[in-house]
Design a protein around this ligand. Structure first.
Ligand code: PLP
Length: 401
């Protein structure tokens, strides 16, 4: 591995977060002392199982639910696949072809899964969003047909941070007798979850977005994932042993899950103060950028957005070039979503909100986190202004204006 300069200002918490020291300690405790397989019947296995169940209990408690409603997975992507493909498998006997409703701005973990189902002959409706990136609940209701078996709408968007009216949509879905899933990978531990009353049936989350380890996720299933009559909402998409209520075969990643539990405990117990702190920083950043940098544009809703997300477009500037300049100056940010930032394609999210190509090319996502301070953002804004000035000075597109 190259010896790199690590003294950087990290403003890409939407891509992933550094592991919290207490999370690391929780994982080391399990790694060092209890190497058992939680399915083994001997003492070492029983201790590992105790760690696993204690972690499940911690996460359930901070989420305000029961441990039996939590299935651990290997990632947020896997939880999304389990929910979506799992509902299709559980409803394959239903008369007529199944129909799924989702939105056009989902993360690829949902979008590609739905496109895969479409290729297999399942009907999928990809709902549009308005220019602020919000799905219209009425349009969603109108898309429901007697064949609809699943609605999957993300809680908060990973690129532009928009928070959807999930409570309203899950109520409509429940009233229509349709399973509602939400991808809450970006919102989990950052804003309150839509679980109460008429809340979602299924919800995906991932540890590495909340200062936990990479490669650990969960699928929340209300009511243990079944109707009152015991009919399961999902069937497993992987086949193997009977782990995780028979829904997710594979030896559980006990140390990683213990880290996830510690990360969730910290995130949920400090949510209110951290949410307010990050929201203030975000608003300060947005105000400064829009005021100080000419021809700058905020993508997404001004207030209905994640407390840590700001996404801008700058006329006459190419996003990749801006990212590289900022990176050379010591700032880590992203353009488009992290997962697709190595491709030059215009983000499907920016396209869905109707952003003209010239602005979509010049987009920049800044996602703040626990270590971000006001002075960091002030310095960042000055550097951003300088980089944009330099790039515009070299851009024939900008001179033409
Ligand atoms: N869903 C959303 C909204 C995300 O932002 C991400 C990751 O960026 C995922 C799903 C995938 O999660 P994971 O990286 O744990 O597979």
């Amino acid at each position: 591995m190259k010896d790199r300069d690590l003294a950087r200002v990290y403003l890409d918490h939407g891509a992933t977060t550094p592991v919290h020291p207490e999370v690391l300690n929780a994982m080391i405790e399990v790694y060092k002392g209890y190497q058992g397989n939680p399915s083994s019947l001997h003492e070492t296995g029983l201790v590992a199982a105790e760690y696993l169940e204690a972690s499940r209990e911690t996460i359930a408690t901070v989420m305000g639910t029961e441990p039996g409603n939590i299935v651990f997975t290997g990632s947020g992507t896997e939880a999304d696949n389990m929910a979506i493909q799992g509902v299709i498998l559980a409803t394959e006997d239903e008369v007529g072809k199944q129909h799924v409703i989702t939105s056009s701005i989902e993360h690829p973990a949902v979008l590609s899964t739905c496109k895969f189902l479409e290729r297999k002959g399942i009907d999928v409706t990809f709902l549009p969003v308005n220019e602020e990136g919000i799905v219209d609940p009425v349009e969603m209701q109108e898309a429901i047909t007697p064949r609809t078996v699943l609605i999957s709408i993300m809680h908060a968007n990973n690129e532009i941070g928009t928070v959807q009216p999930i409570e309203e949509m899950s109520k409509i879905s429940r009233d229509a007798g349709v399973i509602f899933h939400t991808d809450a990978v970006q919102s989990f531990g950052k804003i309150p979850l839509p679980l109460d009353g008429n809340g979602v049936h299924l919800l995906s989350a991932s540890a590495h977005k909340i200062y936990g380890p990479k490669g650990v996720g969960l699928l929340y299933m209300a009511n243990g994932g079944m109707e009152g009559d015991g009919k399961p909402w999902i069937k497993p998409i992987l086949h193997g042993g009977g782990h995780e209520h028979g829904l997710r075969p594979a030896t559980e990643n006990t140390p990683g899950i213990a880290g996830f539990a510690k990360a969730a405990e910290i995130a949920f117990t400090t949510m209110e103060s951290e949410m307010a702190r990050e929201r203030d920083l975000r608003d300060m950043l947005i105000d400064r950028v829009l005021e100080e940098i000419p021809e700058s544009h905020l993508n997404g809703h001004r207030t209905k957005r994640l407390p840590n997300n700001a996404n801008f477009s700058f006329k006459g500037v190419e996003g990749e070039s801006l990212l590289m300049r900022l990176s050379m100056a010591g700032y880590d940010v992203s353009t488009g979503s992290a997962c697709s930032s190595k491709s030059n394609a215009i983000s499907h999210v920016l396209e869905a909100i109707g952003l003209p190509g010239s602005l979509a090319q010049g987009s920049l996502r800044v996602t703040i986190g626990r270590s971000t301070t006001k002075s960091m953002l002030k310095d960042f804004t000055m550097e951003l202004e300088k980089c944009i000035g330099d790039l515009r000075a070299m851009s024939p597109l900008w001179e033409e204006k």
